[in-house]
Design a protein around this ligand. Structure first.
Ligand code: SF4
Length: 226
């Protein structure tokens, strides 16, 4: 967790657990697995269960809530820079604990991003209804075959805010129907093994966001990140 983060489209990060398994091309150069490896965790290795985090760690968002309430300014929290919140291998009870925390922190806008879009509905709380006011649901869209399928699944889920993290962008996405999507983030891959991204691919998404009136946030050229 970080009270401040280098991820440009959020204010803070929080991880309900630590560890994940790769699910596709978008994960090939997973920065979280690399970081875990560097710090000797090995919680991203095949067959490894994610680790739970301490009670004191779980207190931090409650402090952010108090600060945000005092200032009257919402704080965006990206949930899961080191995990995927819809992972079926999430440690027991930790997802329910996350939902409880989200309910207790209405001044925090929780950004829940996943690459396991088919799991979203199974992981929502019973009182989800049309979506919590302080939760943004998002999926990763890296290519047409897997990414656009995730977008279609996201659109079927009731939510107050839906967003796309088009990162790493690995190919031109063609025509996009952004109906039901409220925010689009685009970025290339960073790091030593970064796959290249063409500026025209970004331009194509940008022009469709403009014409469909969807806010567009460009993160980085990458190859020029995760
Ligand atoms: S889903 Fe995310 S955290 Fe998990 S391996 Fe893929 S890129 Fe890494």
């Amino acid at each position: 967790m970080a009270a401040q983060t280098e991820i440009a489209w959020t204010d803070s990060t929080f991880n309900p657990w630590w560890g994940c398994q790769k699910v596709g091309q978008c994960c090939d150069n997973c920065y979280a697995a690399a970081l875990d490896n560097r710090t000797g965790g090995n919680f991203f290795q095949q067959g490894k269960q994610p680790k739970t985090l301490s009670d004191s760690y779980w207190q931090q968002p409650l402090r952010w809530q108090r600060q945000a309430k005092k200032s009257g300014k919402h704080r965006k929290v990206f949930c899961g820079s080191m995990c995927d919140w819809t992972d079926k291998d999430a440690p027991a009870d930790q997802r329910d604990r996350l939902w409880q925390l989200i309910r207790e922190t209405p001044m925090l806008d929780w950004q829940l991003l996943t690459k396991r879009a088919s799991n979203i509905c199974k992981c929502l709380p019973n009182d989800w209804g049309n979506g919590y006011a302080n939760v943004w649901l998002g999926v990763t869209v890296e290519n047409q075959r897997q990414g656009l399928r995730r977008m279609a699944m996201l659109k079927e889920v009731p939510a107050q805010v839906r967003f796309l993290s088009i990162e790493p962008l690995l190919e031109d996405l063609g025509n996009l129907d952004l109906d039901g999507i409220h925010w689009v983030i685009v970025g290339g891959e960073s790091g030593g093994k970064a796959r290249s991204m063409q500026p025209e691919w970004v331009g194509n998404i940008h022009s469709q966001c403009e014409s469909q009136k969807v806010p567009f946030f460009f993160k980085q050229l990458g190859g020029l990140g995760c």
